[in-house]
Design a protein around this ligand. Structure first.
Ligand code: ZN
Length: 145
């Protein structure tokens, strides 16, 4: 069973890499942040439109490994249309997921983004998965400023 669950996760990640959601640019974002992961060569730019405390739009552009790009796609899909307070929770939870200190119920709250939990077995790839989330966090800091 563990193997088939891994396969399912693998399919989700590959699907988001090949058919990214939320990819593109917003003409007039309320915040944006570009980050690089020199260890792997990943680049991700996250743009947000926040209105009335809601993350109305998430867009990303980037290039790099499947993990980094799929993570941006999964993050965007999870966070768009959600209140900023909820998105902050997702960010904390995803960071916890990568550190391996989430309870099972908390993992479920991340929806499809939980598919990336297998990454934490590979220390060098955690930065790939975190890149778009770190950029999201910097965007939220700018929104709060
Ligand atoms: Zn990478």
């Amino acid at each position: 069973m563990v193997d088939s669950l891994d396969d399912l996760y693998q399919e989700l990640i590959v699907d988001h890499y090949k058919n990214p959601r939320c990819r593109g640019t917003i003409p007039d974002p309320s915040s944006q942040c570009a980050l690089r992961n020199p260890l792997c060569g990943d680049e991700v730019t996250i743009q947000l439109t926040v209105e009335n405390g809601i993350v109305q739009t998430v867009a990303f552009e980037g290039k790099g490994c499947a993990i980094s790009q799929a993570s941006a796609s999964l993050m965007g899909e999870l966070c768009k249309g959600k209140p900023v307070s909820e998105v902050r929770e997702y960010l904390l939870r995803f960071t916890g997921l990568m550190k391996g200190d989430l309870k099972a119920g908390e993992v479920d709250e991340l929806g499809d983004a939980a598919a990336l939990q297998g990454v934490r077995k590979f220390a060098a790839r955690i930065r790939c998965a975190m890149l778009s989330w770190e950029a999201l966090g910097k965007c939220l800091e700018k929104e709060a400023a």
